[in-house]
Design a protein around this ligand. Structure first.
Ligand code: ZN
Length: 340
């Protein structure tokens, strides 16, 4: 089968890869209907994370089940499924508490390489959720977002305690930040401030429910959020970048007693203990338990209550994955859908 292989920063190729096989009785094999490039895939692409020899990549996927192992009970061949970006048994105490990304049996789907034609999914019964039927073609991009970026935006909004009466600020205008805007709106936030200086992303943020746009960043961005909130700062701030600047911007834009939901994969972030101590800000985040939200998000998408698939502003054949990476790296595209 064809699939993306990382060779070195900037050198990601579509090559022949070995067809996936059932390795454990809890595995499933799916044929992908769509996959995509994640903002987090840009970290190794840019050399900010090591690449250990030629290795597969990709962790966002939807498709049709072809085969299941002998111990898979609920997932059946022929079903259309959405899977989370990490595996989970959905039965251990961490899973039952809603932290499937900390499942005691967790594996990262990147290692299985979802940017490909077919994919092995471990712990199929826990990791995958079947849709009510075969989706209309136009629902597939939205269902694909539930695999990661929508679930991550949703977790960020939840961790930031977005809800009625709250002013929510969103740091980061990638797909996760934009879907954090959508999630905050769905959770009932009163006011949603998107921080972005890119016009197409500002427009999408508004479509997703942003009431205000702030173009300043860093200390100037914090000052602008304070201006807009009577000097207090936002009640809830979503951090969807993962850098020192974005994390400090998020913490400093939050009012005392407020909450930061941070989901940008942290790279070289160090926080000052005294600043945290005196901030009175709650911090919660990490790798989003996308699996927790899958049933609810699939339901919202299936019933056309939300259209998160709008974050895909470019669709390419899987064979052109290298161009997909370039387009996202150069910020020519918000998010690229790949058709196997
Ligand atoms: Zn578990």
């Amino acid at each position: 089968m064809r699939g993306v292989v990382m060779h070195a920063p900037g050198d990601f190729r579509v090559e022949e890869r070995e067809d996936p096989k059932i390795l454990h009785p809890t595995d499933a094999i799916i044929r992908l209907s769509a996959t995509c490039v994640c903002g987090s895939d840009l970290w190794p692409y840019r050399g900010a994370e090591p690449i250990e020899g030629p290795s597969p990549i990709g962790h966002e996927y939807v498709g049709v089940v072809e085969e299941v192992g002998s111990e898979v009970r609920n997932i059946k061949p022929g079903q259309f499924v959405v899977g989370a970006f990490s595996t989970s048994d959905n039965t251990c105490e961490n899973c039952r508490a809603g932290y499937q990304t900390s499942c005691v049996q967790r594996e990262w789907m990147n290692a299985m390489g979802a940017q490909a034609e077919r994919l092995r999914v471990p712990l199929a019964d826990g990791t995958l959720v079947a849709t009510p039927g075969t989706p209309d073609e136009d629902l597939i991009p939205s269902l694909l977002t539930a695999s990661d970026v929508l679930g991550t935006g949703w977790f960020a909004a939840t961790a930031a305690q977005a809800g009625p009466g709250k002013t929510v600020a969103v740091v980061g205008d990638g797909a996760v930040g934009l879907l954090g805007v959508l999630a905050a709106g769905q959770l009932g936030a009163e006011r949603i401030i998107a921080m972005s200086r890119h016009e197409p992303r500002q427009r999408l943020a508004r479509e997703f429910g942003a009431t205000d746009i702030v173009t300043e960043r860093g200390d100037a961005g914090v000052a602008r959020i304070k201006d807009l909130t009577g000097g207090y700062g936002a009640h809830s701030v979503i951090e969807a970048v993962g850098t020192q600047e974005s994390m400090l911007q998020a913490i400093r834009a939050t009012r005392p007693g407020g909450h930061v939901g941070y989901v940008g994969v942290s790279h070289d972030v160090t926080l000052d203990g005294q600043e945290l101590f005196f901030s009175h800000v709650h911090l919660h985040g990490g790798p989003a338990p996308a699996r927790q939200y899958l049933p609810h998000l699939i339901d919202l998408i299936w019933n056309r209550k939300i259209n998160p698939g709008k974050v895909f502003d470019l669709t390419l054949p899987l064979e052109q994955a290298a161009e997909a990476y370039r387009a996202m790296d150069e910020r020519r595209a918000i998010k690229v859908l790949l058709k196997p």
